[in-house]
Design a protein around this ligand. Structure first.
Ligand SMILES: Cc1ncc(COP(=O)(O)O)c(C=O)c1O
Length: 455
């Protein structure tokens, strides 16, 4: 092992294929049902809002899927991203653990999200689309898709969750610079938005609501498709470029991971980083996978494993996942990208099968860990990313107690340069520690779970 702080790959070493986990899964995997019939959905059911190439990737049995040249060309603007050894953090913690982080904050939009945004924009352009409609939580995904649409000369409409629209004005500015149109969700542009507002005019919004608006927009315009920033299999697939690079970089450092950590919103960040390592675990390697979520929106740790809608209005297929109920509106925490009632079916399956463990944290300790990271490593984590930082710090502290020199690797999914109001609130002691009580809001939302036809 050397004593460097950064492990770089050359452009020539960038993976040229994405890794599809579906062929490795321990059980059959039919996660989507048609809400009207209760039968598995067909590619034709998805065709009104997605291009066929992406639909085929969604159900592909192929292990490797080639990354198109044009996508690789754009990836090379920031990829391969560096893997850092967090030596200063290790020293501050006094831990024998070796801590590494994969730095996805170096993308132009500041997070992992462009890895799939660029691919999705490419396939939609190739299918003749003129415009993409999407939702965004904290704005990271909206920025990534705006950037990608800008590269492929597509129009972009972003429904931004209302609480974040006002909390994160500069993410809106980024989207505007890249040519996207942004509106607060729920709003009056769509029937779904108007119906939600009629019921609750003061709602802070949620990803589930914004998805309803974007899906409706795409479904009602022939020249427009819908683009989702997480959850779906093809999104996980595109993000595996992250984990594939990490594998190569750890090998260069002479390391094998003991613990892999990532935060979870819809799951693509965690999945992209960790899925290339899952077959190693299934073959018996001793690796722990830790998925981290906010206690305010504890989908994996307190949700129910069942079929539910991916959006509030019930426009999406029924998806087998951990869910807090599609009508659940999470408290307006600053990690806006982690406020989703469900999670990727692939990730949920692996949590359900106990291949991956999940944990939830409240806000203030998460920001405390983020501050320690900023003080030692210099980079300010996005509030979402800070959840992974906190888990890495906790695991490194356990190593200090036990004296074990474990190799801990986490995905640094994004920087927090546009989340500084959240840091101000933290520094001023004004951050609320919200823990969602499953006895109240969640039980109400779970009571609204869809009934499966014929079941
Ligand atoms: C910086 C950052 N990290 C992680 C996430 C969670 O991403 P995912 O939905 O892929 O789990 C988000 C979501 O917006 C994000 O902005």
């Amino acid at each position: 092992m050397d004593d460097s702080y950064k492990i770089h790959l050359s452009e020539a070493e960038m993976p040229q294929e994405w890794y599809n986990l579906i062929p490795d899964l321990p059980v059959p995997f039919p996660p989507y049902l048609h809400p009207a019939t209760g039968e598995p959905i067909t590619p034709q059911d998805l065709a009104p809002i997605f291009p066929m190439e992406l639909i085929m990737q969604e159900v592909s049995p192929e292990r490797w899927i080639a990354i198109p040249d044009e996508v690789q060309r754009i990836y090379k603007l920031w990829r391969p991203s560096p893997l850092h050894r967090a030596r200063n953090l290790e020293k501050a913690l006094g831990t024998p653990a070796r801590i590494y982080y994969k730095n996805e904050s170096v993308s132009p939009a500041g997070s992992h999200k462009p890895n799939t945004a660029v691919a999705q924009a490419y396939y939609n352009k190739a299918a003749g689309m003129k415009r993409l409609a999407t939702e965004t939580g904290a704005g990271q995904w909206g920025c990534a898709l705006a950037l990608a649409c800008n590269f492929f000369d597509l129009e972009c409409t972003v429904y931004m969750v209302k609480v974040s629209y006002y909390q994160k004005p500069y993410r809106r500015s980024l989207m505007h610079i890249w040519g996207a149109e942004v509106s607060p969700s729920p709003g009056d542009r769509t029937q779904a938005g108007r119906a939600i507002l009629a019921q609750d005019p003061e709602t802070s919004g949620s990803l589930g609501m914004a998805i309803s608006e974007a899906v409706e927009d795409a479904a009602t315009h022939a020249d427009t498709n819908y683009s989702l920033g997480s959850v779906l299999n093809h999104v996980m697939l595109h993000q595996t470029i992250v984990g594939l690079e990490v594998k190569k970089q750890l090998a260069l450092a002479g390391e094998e991971p003991d613990i892999l950590i990532g935060c979870v919103g819809g799951g693509s960040n965690f999945a992209g980083f960790s899925f290339p390592f899952i077959p190693d675990k299934l073959k018996g390697k001793d690796i722990r996978f830790i998925a981290v979520e906010p206690a305010a929106c504890p989908t994996l740790t307190r949700g129910t494993y069942t079929y539910d809608f991916g959006d509030t209005a019930g426009l999406t297929p029924l998806t087998l996942m951990y869910t807090l109920g599609h009508t659940f509106v999470p408290p307006g925490i600053h990690a806006g990208g982690l406020r989703y009632h469900g999670d990727a079916p692939l990730l949920c399956l692996l949590v359900h099968e106990k291949v991956i463990e999940a944990r939830a944290y409240i806000q203030n300790p998460v920001f405390e860990a983020a501050r320690l990271f900023a003080e030692t490593e210099g980079i300010i984590p996005a509030p979402e990313t800070a959840h992974a930082v906190k888990a890495a710090v906790d695991e490194a502290r356990i190593c200090k107690e036990t004296g074990q020199a474990k190799c801990i690797v986490f995905n640094f999914s994004g920087h927090g340069h546009f989340d500084l109001a959240a840091y101000d609130a933290f520094l001023e002691g004004q951050l609320q520690d919200v823990e969602t009580d499953p006895g109240e809001m969640i039980q109400q939302a779970l009571a609204n779970l869809p009934k499966l036809p014929g079941k």
